[in-house]
Design a protein around this ligand. Structure first.
Ligand SMILES: *Cc1c(COP(=O)(O)O)cnc(C)c1O
Length: 455
């Protein structure tokens, strides 16, 4: 038996021609699928030779193994998913999706040659910045603006250039860690600055900052505590007063984080408000509330920004034409108050509750008890608007099939394996999908998939 099945295993080339393989070749490439088949055939042969005499083998089993291995690899490929979490800017789900109109508008510049580093009016070598600086001056009110690859780079560059070997004062209430291990004290250490902590986790006053200043102080760094909030008795420094009281040799820097500019986001201080209050330099992410590509933006006093631009690390941090083209287009649309420039955080968080309820009803229609419409909440997430949640509507899934009814985790797994994977959440031992982050166009697909899954 074992010997006969061994000799019946087709050659790799033959297996590659099987119908179930072709979509994986499209998704993963022929060499990778070939490797997977080779590995699976090898381990199946090994299994046959080592198995007991009574064990059963079949080519079907081998093909199943190959298909599963291809599937597992494909699950790791970057792909679209449906976000049913109700967290609008979700770091694990790619933060802000870029507006489709915005994306299409930069196709031409990215698929052709462009003037990235040539000045079209003189023909001379130009700067990478385009007009982003001018656009940003209108949006965030800094004199000059610099773009880097992400906001962690912004913080590093600011500290590296402006504070090396000197002291940086940070409140103990702002020693934050942002998802993925971005720790302010670590970045400070890397940049060569010396951290001076002031205040306590819940109270830091202007006097705490002022008392810590020495002639070796380079900067006061304030960090918008965006992914957590200390509740209860808290007091933080009044930045406007502090800006007035700081001696001239101390730079007042703010890591604003979320990049709120003209978006309608209640309680989230805008970048411009920090500049207005007297911050010398402010940095923020491009792909949170701003709604653009992954980027870090640093804005403020021109003399400081120009120093950052000349820092040798800038060569490592400079973004690509894709990022510049998207940011320019986004800024123009924001300044022209077009909906396509709002950013996903504003668009989704201001959606009418009635609209969300209607969509939940639409999703649940005809499923009787198996899909229940319930009240819920959405959050902006992604390290912005801590504690802020807005009313939303969700559906709760009640499968009849005991396998999924008993284990909401199993249902979540199943949904992640769908052709267009769906990310849900478990609440009260049930799988929920939040309509705040689900598009109208995704409802028909969900209904279709759920029909089978909930039986
Ligand atoms: C998100 C965030 C960062 C990190 O920004 P990335 O763009 O992810 O590098 C740093 N500081 C604050 C306050 C943030 O909110």
């Amino acid at each position: 038996m074992a010997v006969s099945i061994l000799s019946s295993i087709p050659q790799i080339e033959k297996i590659l021609q099987k119908a179930f393989i072709s979509s994986y070749i499209d998704r993963l490439s022929r060499p990778i699928v070939t490797d997977i088949i080779r590995d699976e055939v090898k381990s199946y042969k090994k299994y046959i030779l080592s198995a007991s005499t009574s064990a059963e083998f079949s080519l079907e089993q081998l093909y199943d193994n190959i298909e599963h291995a291809c599937w597992v690899m494909n699950q790791q490929r970057l792909q679209r998913v449906i976000n049913g979490t109700g967290v609008i800017v979700h770091t694990n789900l790619g933060r802000s999706p870029i507006n489709a109109e915005l994306w299409q508008s930069v196709e031409d510049v990215n698929t052709h040659y462009n003037n990235l580093e040539i000045d079209l009016s003189t023909g001379k070598r130009g700067k990478r910045k385009g007009i982003i600086q001018t656009l940003m001056t209108h949006l965030v009110k800094g004199e000059d603006t610099l773009v880097v690859n992400n906001n962690a780079s912004s913080v590093y560059l600011m500290l590296h250039e402006l504070t090396q070997g000197k002291e940086v004062i940070v409140s103990r209430g702002e020693q934050i860690q942002i998802g993925g291990g971005f720790r302010i004290p670590d970045i400070l250490a890397l940049s060569g600055a010396k951290l001076v902590e002031v205040g306590t986790t819940n109270i830091t006053t202007n006097q705490d900052y002022l008392d810590a200043i020495t002639e070796n102080t380079a900067m006061v760094l304030m960090i918008h505590t965006s992914n957590f909030k200390i509740r209860g008795f808290t007091e933080s420094a009044d930045i406007k007063e502090l800006a007035k009281e700081l001696p001239p040799h101390v730079i007042l820097a703010v890591d604003q984080g979320s990049g709120t500019t003209v978006e309608d986001m209640p309680d989230e201080p805008t970048v411009a408000s920090y500049i207005h209050a007297g911050a010398d330099i402010v940095c923020f992410s491009g792909d949170k509330i701003l709604g653009g590509p992954q980027a870090g933006l640093i804005t403020g006093e021109q003399s400081l920004i120009q120093r950052l631009e000349k820092n040798p690390m800038m060569r490592a941090f400079r973004p690509s034409r894709i990022v510049y083209s998207l940011l320019e287009e986004l800024a123009v649309r924001k300044l022209n108050q077009l909906e396509s420039g709002s950013g996903v955080a504003e668009t989704k968080s201001t959606m009418a509750e009635k609209n969300l309820k209607e969509r939940a009803d639409q999703l649940a229609e005809g499923f009787n008890d198996r899909v229940q419409v319930i009240r819920s909440e959405m959050t902006v997430g992604g390290g912005s608007l801590p504690d802020q949640s807005t009313p939303s509507w969700s559906v709760e899934l009640i499968p009849q099939n005991t396998k999924y009814a008993r284990s909401p985790e199993k249902l979540l797994n199943l949904m992640r394996g769908w052709p267009l994977p769906v990310i849900g959440v478990i609440k009260h031992d049930k799988v929920q999908l939040n309509l705040a982050t689900i598009d109208d166009s995704e409802i028909a697909y969900l209904r279709n998939q759920l029909t089978e899954a909930l039986q």
